[in-house]
Design a protein around this ligand. Structure first.
Ligand code: ATR
Length: 278
């Protein structure tokens, strides 16, 4: 694709962000589909968020992704936000249309689509979620929206009881402290899937749960994608359990942002293969 006077600009605003796979993913899709656009990483400081927004409105920027630590702070600058952004307090995708900024979140739906790509079901199932940060909130909201029967959240510290989500979608959502190992053990015995959303395991071979908690038939997803296999996934694999890292969620959330901006389908499977090759 030749860059010329008609090229549109997209990007991701975060800090740090140089390591991100998003520029690869979106530029691959633009090239593959013949769209005259480029996608860059915008690494800014918190003080630069407001000036960035002002620039975005004047430059040929049609949309951008938002990652840590700006997913919440960006909301004050948006003209319209989706219901999911309202409920989770986090936005990861912004479209600029006629100088208006419209914010959505594709994290939760991206997670659901990655589960569906493996033919997993959500309705009437029981899930155990480790962590209750930004990513977990989007996942929990989407699991509830898709009819999960029960969601047992385990976090290091008390955050939120998630009552608002239980009331909205009639899902039994329980918040627990990670210290409550006995209940965690019991919950995992009849859970359909364990979802690991914390940063534990990202940089070191660490894991929040004991190997003996991984029962036959439990499906395990660790949303970390930086290293292909966290200790949790290594343990699950050694026990013969079905397990997946976060590449699927990453690419599907990106594909939903891409669709929101261009109305076109990202070649998801091709991109997942390319990421795995590298
Ligand atoms: P993200 O958007 O990636 O979810 P986040 O909102 O900062 O990031 O959330 C990080 C999650 O990882 C939180 O659930 C955090 O637990 P706390 O709420 O108690 O901080 C969890 N986390 C990070 N480091 C952890 C550790 N060493 N042990 C247990 N949980 C940890």
């Amino acid at each position: 694709m030749n860059i010329n006077g008609y090229t549109s600009l997209y990007g991701i605003v975060a800090n740090p962000i140089r390591h991100s796979l998003s520029p690869f993913m979106h530029n691959y899709a633009f090239n593959r589909l013949g769209i005259n656009s480029v996608y860059l990483a915008f690494e800014i400081s918190p003080a630069e968020l407001k000036p960035f927004i002002q620039s975005a409105k004047t430059l040929p920027i049609k949309g951008f992704n938002v990652s840590m630590p700006f997913k919440h702070d960006i909301i004050q600058y948006l003209d319209e936000i989706s219901e999911e952004v309202k409920l989770t307090g986090a936005c990861n995708t912004v479209k600029i249309e006629n100088e208006k900024l419209i914010g959505i979140s594709t994290d939760g739906e991206g997670f659901i689509q990655s589960l569906k790509s493996h033919n997993y079901t959500i309705k009437d199932q029981k899930f155990v979620v480790l962590g209750s940060g930004g990513a977990a909130k989007s996942i929990i909201l989407s699991l509830a929206r898709y009819g999960a029967k029960e969601i047992c959240i385990y976090n290091r510290t008390y955050k939120d009881d998630f009552n608002q989500y239980s009331d909205l979608y009639h899902t039994d959502i329980q918040f627990n402290l990670l210290d409550n190992k006995e209940k965690l053990h019991t919950d995992l015995k009849d859970a359909y899937m364990l979802i690991q959303t914390t940063s534990v395991g990202m940089n070191k071979d660490e894991c929040l749960i004991d190997e003996s908690y991984l029962y036959d038939g439990l499906k395990v997803v660790d949303i970390i994608y930086k290293n292909e296999e966290t200790l949790l996934l290594k343990m699950a694999k050694a026990k013969g359990l079905e397990c997946h890292n976060g590449i699927g969620m990453l690419v599907y959330q990106g594909a939903l942002s891409f669709k929101f901006w261009t109305d076109l389908d990202m070649p998801v499977n091709e991109i997942i293969e390319k990421i795995k090759e590298n």
